[in-house]
Design a protein around this ligand. Structure first.
Ligand code: MV4
Length: 455
C-alpha cells in the first residue's frame, strides 16, 4: 500500500479521501489555496502545503504547483477527487513522468473518454447500446443534414470535447440545422479549443441513469449497479438515488455484463461511471463516461457496503478486485443523496460568507459528508456545494421519510442553502411516486408558480 498520498482537492471530497487514507494507514498531504487556510482538509491531513492564491486557476488547477508540493512532501500517489484535475489526462501524464501514481485510469483512457465522439464509437464497437447517430466527427453542414435525414428529427448536436451539457444544440427541422451547426461549432471552438461535433437522435424526456464500475490493473471489471440522477437543474444534479426503480434486475445484469466486457477490452482501470439516457420505453443508451470518483458515489456505497475510495487506493496499489470485494455483491435497501448547496433557494445565486449555526443531522441511516462547520467561511471562489446529506433505508419509502426528518434537523444559518427547496421536492407527489425525468425541475417550478398565482 502507499506510504503517503497527496490530495489534490478541497472541501468534502478532500476530507472523504483523507478519511479513507486514515483507515488504510496512509499518511496524507493536503494542498490548499490562501482562501482555504482554515479548512478542515488542512486540519485533518498529516501535512499541508499552500499552493497559491484563492482562484482555482491559480492554485488547485496549477499543475506545476501541485506537482512541486507532491515532490517536496515526497508522496507516492496523488488522489485528484472530482472536478479540478481529475479528468485532465495531461496532469496524469505529468504524474507518471514524475513517478507518482495517479489514482485513476491511465492518461490514454482518460483522453479517449474525454473525446465524447471517440468514446461513443469505442462503446459501439464493444456492443454497448448507443443512440442512433453520426459516425466520426461531422465535417460540414451538408454532412450534418445528411446524418439528420438518416437519423430522423429531432436530433442533438454535441461537442466532442464537451460533456456535462456544454455546447449542445437541439435541432428540430432541416431548416434550422445550418445556423445551429455553425453556432455549436463556434461555441465548442471557443469553449474547448476544439470545434468537433457529433449528432444523436434527441430523446425528449430522458432519465439520467449511470452505472458505477470498478476495474483493477489485472484486466478485471465489475459493475456495482446504477444511480438515478434525473433530478437536476441546469445540468447540476440535486438529488441522486440508488437503485433506480426503472432498472429491472434483468436490465441491470445485462448492462453490467456488457460494461464488464467492453471496459475490459478498452483497458479501463480504477473507479468510473458510465452515463446512460433512458428513453420513454425504458431502454438505456450510453452517452458518456466519467473517469473519476463522482460526487454521488455514497449512494452506491450505502447499498453495496463497499468503500469506493478505499477500493480506488487498493486498485491503484495493484490489488485484485477478487481480493478487495466480497464474493457476492448484493444491493441492499435504498439510498438517496441531497446536495446541500450554498445558494439562494429561489434565485440560485451563490451564497458565500460566514456560517453562524451548523447543526448536522445524524442517527439511524444518516450520513453527512461535509467539510463545513459553525463559524466556518464559505469562500466565493469555488463550487457552491457545502455538504451531502445521504440516507439509507430498507426501501425507498423509508429513505424518503428519513431524508425528510434529516433535512428538518439540518440547520444552517448565516448563509442561504437549498435545504428549503429540497424539502419541497420531497413533499412533491410525482417525486414521491418516482415519476420523473430530466425535465422534472422545470415542471416542478411551473407547478409551484401556478399554485402561487392561484392564491
Ligand atoms: C441528450 C439529451 C437528449 N437526447 N442526448 C445533457 C448533459 C450531457 N451529459 C448529455 N445531455 C443530454 N443529452 C440526447 N441524444 C438530453 C440531455 C440532457 C440531460 C441529460 C442528463 C441529465 C440532464 C439533462 C438535462 C438536459 C438535457
Amino acid at each position: 500500500m502507499f506510504r503517503k498520498v497527496l490530495i489534490a482537492n478541497r472541501g468534502e471530497i478532500a476530507l472523504r479521501i483523507i478519511s479513507a487514507c486514515k483507515e488504510l494507514g496512509i499518511r496524507t498531504v493536503a494542498v490548499y489555496s490562501e482562501a482555504d487556510r482554515n479548512s478542515l482538509h488542512v486540519r485533518f491531513a498529516d501535512e499541508a502545503i499552500c499552493i497559491g492564491p484563492p482562484r482555482s486557476a491559480d492554485s488547485y488547477l496549477n499543475v506545476p504547483a501541485v506537482i512541486s508540493a507532491a515532490e517536496i512532501a515526497d508522496v507516492d500517489a496523488i488522489h485528484p477527487g472530482y472536478g479540478l484535475l481529475s479528468e485532465n489526462a495531461n496532469f496524469a501524464e505529468v504524474c507518471r513522468a514524475s513517478n507518482i501514481k495517479f489514482v485513476g485510469p491511465p492518461p490514454e483512457v482518460t483522453r479517449l473518454m474525454g473525446e465524447k465522439e471517440k468514446a461513443r464509437m469505442a462503446m459501439k464497437k464493444a456492443k454497448v447500446p448507443i443512440l442512433p447517430g453520426s459516425e466520426g466527427v461531422i465535417q460540414s453542414e451538408e454532412e450534418a443534414l445528411d446524418w439528420a435525414k438518416r437519423i430522423g428529427y429531432p436530433v442533438i448536436l454535441k461537442a466532442s470535447a464537451g460533456g456535462g451539457g456544454r455546447g449542445m444544440r437541439i435541432v428540430r427541422t432541416a431548416e434550422d440545422l445550418p445556423n445551429l451547426f455553425r453556432a455549436a461549432r463556434t461555441e465548442a471552438q471557443n469553449a474547448f479549443g476544439n470545434g468537433d461535433l457529433y449528432m444523436e437522435k434527441f430523446i425528449e424526456r430522458p432519465r439520467h441513469i449511470e452505472f458505477q464500475v470498478l476495474a483493477d490493473q489485472h484486466g478485471n471489471v465489475i459493475s456495482l449497479g446504477e444511480r438515478e440522477c434525473s433530478i437536476q437543474r441546469r445540468h447540476q444534479k440535486m438529488i441522486e438515488e440508488a437503485p433506480s426503480l426503472q432498472v429491472s434486475p434483468k436490465l441491470r445484469e445485462e448492462i453490467g455484463q456488457t460494461l464488464k466486457r467492453s471496459l475490459e477490452n478498452i483497458g479501463y482501470q480504477n473507479a468510473g461511471t458510465v452515463e446512460f439516457l433512458m428513453d420513454e420505453d425504458g431502454k438505456l443508451y450510453f452517452i458518456e463516461m466519467n473517469t473519476r470518483i463522482q460526487v454521488e458515489h455514497p449512494v452506491t456505497e450505502l447499498i453495496t457496503g463497499i468503500d469506493l475510495v478505499k477500493a480506488q487506493f487498493r486498485i491503484a496499489a495493484g490489488e485484485k478486485l477478487s481480493d478487495i470485494l466480497p464474493a457476492k455483491i448484493e444491493l441492499r435497501g435504498h439510498a438517496i443523496e441531497c446536495r446541500i448547496n450554498a445558494e439562494h433557494p429561489e434565485k440560485f445565486t451563490p451564497s458565500a460568507g460566514k456560517i453562524t449555526v451548523f447543526n448536522v443531522p445524524g442517527g439511524n441511516g444518516v450520513r453527512v459528508d461535509t467539510a463545513q462547520y459553525a463559524e466556518g467561511v464559505v469562500p466565493p471562489y469555488y463550487d457552491s456545494m457545502i455538504a451531502k446529506l445521504v440516507v439509507h433505508g430498507v426501501d425507498r419509502a423509508e429513505a424518503i421519510a428519513r431524508m425528510q426528518r434529516a433535512l428538518g434537523m439540518f440547520v444552517v444559518e448565516g448563509i442561504h442553502t437549498i435545504i428549503p427547496l429540497q424539502q419541497r421536492i420531497f413533499a412533491d407527489e410525482d417525486f414521491r411516486a418516482g415519476i420523473f425525468d430530466t425535465k422534472f425541475m422545470e415542471r416542478f417550478f411551473e407547478r409551484e408558480k401556478q399554485k402561487k398565482d392561484a392564491q
